[in-house]
Design a binder for this molecule. Structure first.
Ligand code: PEP
Ligand code: MG
Length: 747
């Protein structure tokens, strides 16, 4: 039976290939294919349903159902048995279809006389394209071999669809990759950009899904797998002696490359008539569709491994390397499912925009994109399969929207927006060297946040007075191994050189929580944001902190030095960290190295507890900087990384502003210098409210300095403070509406 069906399926595929080779128009091709399938499978009906949009399926060709129903019969995802196959991405095999769960009678098709139903999804690499159905009058369940054969045919149909086999004159389908598409994602970094698509991982195109000679295909597969295994072994050999974690990951990877099940399934697919490439891709599609259903992190990682191995194998088989010979456009917008920070840095500032299908606001790639001030949209589902290299694309980082192949009206509106932003930039440039002095005569000091050498040129361009927050962990995050002290010290020295005497506040390593170093064993903590992170790691395992403090002292080489400890929750943590600093100084003194002519040691105020620390803490600390991103998440108990709750609480909530006001009062009373360096400092409305609450130093993304200075120069902080207080007295939840009203009247 098995052999017989194999031959049948191979025969069917051969007939399919011959049909494809005929010079027919799109619709005629598809009609012919349904005829061939029905004939080969001995069923009265074969129909192809394809997606019209993400929710609607359309009957596009049929053998056996009423021809008038073609392009007329439509159904929603999940509707009827066909809709069920589409929605679940799995096979429906029913001997008595009318009594099967979800059956919907569609009189216009004349299908009421058919009893058995077999529907399989047409999908390619996790993207749903449609449903392939066979039906017969005889009530019977289709055999496993028949199901398998139909799945193989569906896979070939998916490939042909991707290759555009059904478009053109008499099109059954409108051409893929040609229409305008709007994708809604999430803002990763503000800004608007227009350019052309550059795929980080260009798609491998399989042009020969059907095997001519299965024996030859098997040999090709075996040779390609051998090459793959050798390259994985080489990767492993290259990593041995290095980090144990990395080796473990690669070992798991090697296990997959040697997996017998994977190999067997691909061999079976080839014996059924698929080419080696199509067999690999079929496995990859299966992994992708499982990936969309699995939530377990470990399993997801393994499925990602499988996906990655399949990609490598496809590249070996097709000879299509990463470098496809395509030339990077002059205005590239990078499209990727996800990307690591080091890879992103390799592209550097050449990119005009970045769109990721995955990623998160706090991901390392997002941090790098922000540092490079490149507009970024994340969670842009479906873009990687939809976009082609060179497609025209517009990225709206402010709204988190992507326009792929936009039509003329969108292009015009978008260009207006870019022009308006450019005008605003001109206005900001004109006040670059002027102080941020308000109408009521108060001057606010504006500094920039940084973390990479690439940020430093902005110090000049933005008009920042200094670097109010240098996130040192970025240097650790973008590498594959722990940097050496000498490397760090050279880098910090370069930062100080580039700052040319302007103050740079180096924050010591803030790892843990969302910032996990690739070469450190991740801790399995139930609540990482509340876990072993930042100064807690530094004090418990002081080796790295000592190394970093020493690197900073050496980098300063006698120049003034400012250091800030992150995530201090109580006074004793500050004194313990400061004691480490004293020890480091002592060591340097003994070694005869120059000591900083001035040393300031501050703390970040990121936990509400520190707002209530004893007076002696406020008297002792050289300065405090409010890390509003963390402080707000702990104040409202709302995870800053959780899209569901992130925006639920307004920074301008009366309780939060009152709390910030109390911190200002304590600092005023003890004469402690205070700044605010969370993202809110860079949002103009929030920034003026922080200033109205008494903050005199704000540190933000360089691109925000212009807009914030612009609004500060036009505002009367005393008036704004009264508006905030009145809103509080009235019992408003947030002062935002009242503040916006005030700002509107002022402008
Ligand atoms: C903050 O928490 O506000 C902050 C500036 O630090 P990070 O965003 O790096 O946690
Ligand atoms: Mg923080």
């Amino acid at each position: 039976m098995m052999d017989g069906t194999e031959t049948e399926s191979r025969k069917l595929l051969r007939r399919l290939r011959d049909a494809m080779a005929e010079d027919r128009a799109g619709q005629a091709r598809l009609d012919n294919i349904t005829h061939l399938i029905a004939d080969s499978m001995g069923t009265e009906v074969c129909s192809v349903y394809l997606f019209r949009d993400s929710e609607t399926l359309e009957l596009c060709a049929t053998e056996g159902l009423k021809p008038e129903a073609v392009h007329e019969t439509r159904m929603k995802m999940g509707e009827g048995l066909v809709g069920r196959v589409a929605k679940t991405g799995s096979v429906v095999n029913a001997a008595d279809a009318p009594s099967a769960k979800g059956f919907r009678y569609m009189p216009e098709t004349g299908e009421e006389i058919y009893s058995s139903f077999l529907g399989v999804p047409i999908q390619r690499l996790g993207e749903k394209l449609g449903v392939l159905v066979v039906q017969s009058k005889q009530a019977r369940e289709f055999s496993a071999d028949e199901v398998y054969a139909l799945e193989v045919v569906a896979m070939v149909l998916a490939e042909m669809t991707e290759l555009g086999a059904f478009v053109g004159e008499g099109a059954a389908l409108s051409a893929r990759h040609q229409q305008a598409v709007l994708i809604r994602g999430t803002t990763g970094q503000e800004g608007a950009a227009e350019g052309h698509v550059w795929l980080h991982e260009p798609r491998v195109v399989v042009t020969n899904p059907i095997a001519e000679d299965p024996h030859k295909e098997l040999t090709r597969l075996h040779e390609a797998v051998d090459t793959l295994r050798i390259s994985v072994d080489q990767m492993l050999a290259g990593a041995s002696g290095g980090d144990a974690e990395q080796t473990q990951v690669l070992e798991a990877y090697r296990m997959f490359a040697n997996s017998k099940g994977w190999m067997r399934r691909m061999e079976e697919d080839i014996s059924r008539g698929l080419s080696a490439e199509a067999a690999v891709e079929k496995e990859q599609s299966a992994a992708r569709s499982r990936l969309s259903q699995v939530t377990d992190a470990y399993l997801r990682d393994r499925l990602h491994d499988l996906d990655d191995l399949s990609n490598r194998l496809l590249r070996i088989l097709t000879g299509q390397g990463r470098d496809t010979g395509a030339e990077m456009p002059s205005d590239p917008i990078l499209i990727a499912r996800n990307i690591g920070p080091a890879e992103l840095l390799d592209y550097g500032r050449s990119l005009k925009g970045i769109v990721l299908e995955e990623g998160s606001v706090g991901s390392h790639a997002a941090i790098v994109a922000r540092a490079l001030a490149i507009p970024l949209v994340i969670h842009a589902g479906g873009l990687v399969t939809e976009a082609l290299n060179g497609d025209h694309i517009m990225v709206d980082g402010d709204q988190g929207i992507v326009h792929l192949r936009p039509d003329d009206t969108v292009v015009a509106a978008f260009r207006d927006k870019i022009a308006m932003q450019a005008k605003a930039q001109e206005r900001y440039a004109s006040i670059r060297d002027k102080p941020a002095t308000t109408k009521c005569g108060k001057t606010i000091s504006l500094h920039m946040n940084a973390g990479l050498m690439a940020d430093l040129p902005s110090l000049e361009g933005s008009g920042a007075e200094g670097v109010g927050l240098f996130r040192t962990e970025l240097q650790f995050l973008v590498r594959n191994q722990m940097p050496k002290r000498s490397e760090l010290s050279a880098l910090y020295a370069k930062v100080l050189d580039a700052a040319g005497g302007k103050r740079v506040v180096f924050r010591t390593l803030d790892i843990g929580s969302d910032k996990v170093l690739p070469y450190m064993k991740p801790n399995d903590e139930p609540n990482p944001a509340l876990g072993w992170r930042a100064i807690r790691v530094g004090l418990d395992k002081p080796g790295v902190m000592r190394m970093q403090l020493q690197a900073l002292l050496r980098a300063a080489n006698g120049r003034p030095l400012t250091i800030m400890f992150p995530f201090v929750a109580q006074y004793e943590e500050y004194t313990a960290a400061k004691a480490e600093m004293q020890k480091a100084i002592e060591r340097e003194r003994i070694l005869g190295h120059p000591l900083p002519e001035k040393l300031e040691i501050g703390a970040m105020l990121e936990t509400p507890s520190l707002a209530f620390a004893p007076d002696k803490f406020y008297e002792e600390v050289d300065f405090l900087s409010i890390g509003g991103n963390d402080l707000k998440q702990f104040f409202f108990a709302a995870d800053r990384e959780n899209e569901r709750v992130r925006r639920r609480y307004d920074t301008l909530n009366v309780s939060f502003l009152t709390f910030l006001g109390n911190i200002v009062k304590r600092c005023d009373a003890s004469g402690t210098a205070l700044s605010f360096c969370g993202e809110d400092a860079g949002r103009p409305v929030e920034a003026v409210c922080l200033a109205a609450m008494g903050m005199r130093t704000l540190s933000m993304r360089p691109a925000s300095i212009g807009p914030v200075k612009n609004i500060l120069r036009s505002i009367d902080l005393d008036g704004l403070r009264r508006v905030i207080e009145d809103a509080g007295l009235r019992g408003d939840q947030s002062v935002r509406p009242a503040v916006l009203d005030y700002l509107r009247k002022q402008s």
